[in-house]
Design a protein around this ligand. Structure first.
Ligand code: PLP
Length: 415
């Protein structure tokens, strides 16, 4: 069942149209609360980078991770400032371009380095800059192979073989090493995340250098279906805290423990809303065609991800609207001129079905648990404008991003 009140969703679409994204602030705050034992919660904003969501995070004392110059600018707009708190923003990447080097220097933003080339470039212009080392522990795990960020097939991080040389370079350049970071993948599970914390102890010993902090990275899973459990955050913290204590006794002083979730903070807090425009049956499928496509929500087409879909009968009192009688299971697809524009598909692209309650043309479909990697992965494919975003906080619905217009799109081409 959706976390949102269906009447509120209908009101939102009447005011802002469809497709539209909606977020629940209370759910985000609740998720943050589950991780309060960590010294620093750092939001991986790539999951949902709207500046109003970032502001909410900042007000809750959550720090932020940025992976591009654009994400740094968003953090600044949201009021994060490393001169107020040097831990506010960290920049994580495997390469750094000239524009971003200028930004991190100007705003004193530590760089979480994923390659030795980054070190050379930073040291050239800012020899005492603060850095983290992002280590690839030699294994990884995500909800899809595409979100596995460790092991020999991953482009991310410093390999264990390169770690001693990386540390030597940092010392030689006189860079300020804050800590060691590890992110094994997005949407992982407790089993693999606990392997990561065991690996961290060995990596700190292998690095053989003093550090002030360690970061678990992100990857904390959320339930997308009723068969999936919520993450046991107490166990997750205990495992990492044990690793931290071992590192502290090795180094002989206290060490800060950071966690860097994206999906966990916002995934269950958001939904995509779309209107049914067409019902169409083939020999194999009852298709429900809606006004959102993979340009809006990419995860099903990209990874075969499951989002629980529900119908809200916003016009159910109206007569004469189409429905497919006797159907129970439906394939849900978008408006794009692309056969892969189907929200109910598995990772190999085979079309699947979901049970929907008699959807009719004009009804609203709610895609649940779409708060992470939803709006932030949207595109303008087929020249479709970005959908608006609405935040529900304390009973109030607030527009936090306007709908893009076609004029906005073509304006860039007026050259
Ligand atoms: N940190 C880094 C460096 C990442 O690349 C990612 C996403 O892949 C995250 C954190 C957040 O991952 P998740 O949203 O699964 O928590």
């Amino acid at each position: 069942m959706t976390i949102f009140n269906p009447n509120t969703l209908v009101e939102i679409t009447q005011q802002f149209g469809t497709p539209a994204w909606v977020y629940d602030a209370a759910t985000i705050r609740q998720q943050i609360k589950q991780l309060r034992d960590f010294d620093v919660i750092r939001f991986a904003q790539k999951a949902c980078s709207n500046t109003h969501i970032l502001r909410l995070m900042r007000e809750e004392g959550v720090m932020v991770d940025a992976v591009s110059a654009g994400e740094i600018e968003r953090s600044l707009v949201a009021g994060y400032s490393n001169s107020d708190n040097p831990e506010s923003i960290v920049f994580t990447a495997d390469l750094i371009d000239r524009e971003t080097i200028e930004l991190v220097i100007q705003h004193d933003i530590p760089v979480n380095i994923g390659s030795m080339d980054m070190l050379h470039r930073i040291a050239e212009v800012a020899p005492h800059h603060s850095v983290w080392i992002r280590v690839n522990p030699g294994f990884g795990h995500g909800h899809s192979e595409k979100t596995n960020t460790g092991g020999p097939n991953s482009k991310h991080g410093i390999s264990l073989e390169d770690l001693p040389q990386t540390v030597a370079l940092i010392q030689q350049y006189g860079l300020d090493l804050i800590g060691i970071h590890m992110h094994i993948g997005s949407g992982s599970d407790l089993e693999h995340l606990s392997q990561a914390c065991q690996a961290m102890v060995g990596i700190v010993k292998l690095a053989n250098v003093d550090i002030r902090a360690i970061s678990t990275g992100g990857g904390l899973p959320i339930p997308y279906s009723s068969h999936e459990d919520k993450l046991d955050t107490m166990t997750f913290f205990r495992l990492w805290n044990d690793a931290r204590k071992e590192i502290e006794s090795h180094l002989g002083h206290s060490v800060k423990l950071e966690v860097e979730p994206g999906r966990y903070l916002v995934g269950n807090a958001g939904a995509l809303l779309a209107e049914v425009h067409c019902l169409k049956s083939t020999a194999e499928h009852n298709f429900v065609l809606i006004d959102a496509g993979f340009n809006d929500l990419l995860r099903p087409s990209m990874y075969g991800s499951y989002h629980k879909i529900e119908a809200v009968h916003q016009y159910s009192n109206q007569q004469g609207l189409e429905s497919i009688s006797n159907a129970l299971e439906y394939a849900v697809a978008g408006p794009l001129c692309e056969s892969g524009d189907v929200f109910t598909q598995d990772a190999s692209g085979v079309i699947c079905h979901q049970i929907l309650d008699n959807p009719k043309v004009g009804d609203l479909l709610v895609f649940n648990d779409a708060g992470a990697y939803g709006a932030s992965m949207s595109s303008n494919y087929n020249s479709r404008p970005l959908a608006p975003e609405i935040l529900i906080d304390d009973g109030q619905c607030r527009l936090i991003r306007k709908r893009q217009s076609i004029n906005d799109l073509v304006a860039l081409e007026m050259v």
